[in-house]
Design a protein around this ligand. Structure first.
Ligand code: ADP
Ligand code: NI
Length: 203
């Protein structure tokens, strides 16, 4: 992760850890050790960072096994990470406050100024366009679709980023999301203004 340039670098992990702990402390809930461990390890089994899902799961498992953790903690940490990272994982599988805090923290890092920076970094790395006004916003686009020019990073705002505010699960997550969501909207307004070259000659 140290050198990952798709937005999953160590600093992403560190921000998720800090945000998740902040959420837990504000709400006075949750096991802080479990939240911190799950945050630190949350991207380890991600398919994008491993040659297969299986390999990712094994990496996580063998690392946790190398620590002298109580077996139930090992299982709890794995469960949080699995419900987070598996694509299409359904929200109803989130039961504990620890799961919700880590999930919100990971999603908060995808919006606001940092989220915008990550989206363009990811898009550049994958070779997709900044924007193409001729394209439609469609749900469930795959990275292949983006790469083939069927979507763009600005489209990703509508396909994912602008939807995250309403998916926050904790009270604190919702509050932080409001400001970051507003920033996405302000960014888009300015982006279109510059894109459309909306300037009048005043002389
Ligand atoms: P995470 O692992 O943080 O839960 P993802 O792996 O889905 O999230 O995405 C990592 C980052 O890259 C996020 O900030 C996300 O918004 C961004 N991203 C994912 N897919 C795209 C895309 N097609 N275009 C632009 N940004 C993307
Ligand atoms: Ni993440």
């Amino acid at each position: 992760m140290g050198t990952d340039s798709t937005g999953h670098d160590w600093f992403h992990v560190d921000r998720v850890r800090n945000l998740a702990l902040y959420i837990a402390k504000c709400e006075g809930k949750g096991d802080l050790f479990v939240i911190e461990m799950a945050s630190l390890l949350h991207d380890i089994p991600d398919e994008k960072l491993n040659s297969s899902l299986e390999e990712g799961k094994n990496n996580l498992n063998s690392f946790l096994s190398s620590l002298s953790l109580a077996p139930h903690l090992h299982a709890v940490i794995i469960e949080i990470i699995e419900t987070l990272s598996f694509k299409g994982g359904n929200e109803s599988s989130l039961h504990t406050f620890e799961q919700m805090a880590v999930r919100d923290a990971d999603r908060l890092d995808a919006i606001g100024a940092i989220g915008i920076a990550r989206a363009f970094a990811y898009g550049g790395k994958k070779g997709q366009l900044l924007y193409d006004p001729g394209l439609q916003v469609r749900e469930n686009m795959t990275i292949e679709d983006y790469r083939k020019g069927k979507s763009s990073t600005i489209h990703h705002f509508y396909e994912k980023l602008l939807l995250l505010k309403d998916k926050m699960l904790t009270k604190t997550g919702k509050q932080i999301a409001l400001e970051r969501h507003q920033f996405l909207k302000t960014f888009l307004e300015q982006f279109y203004k510059e894109w459309n070259g909306d300037y009048e000659v005043n002389n």
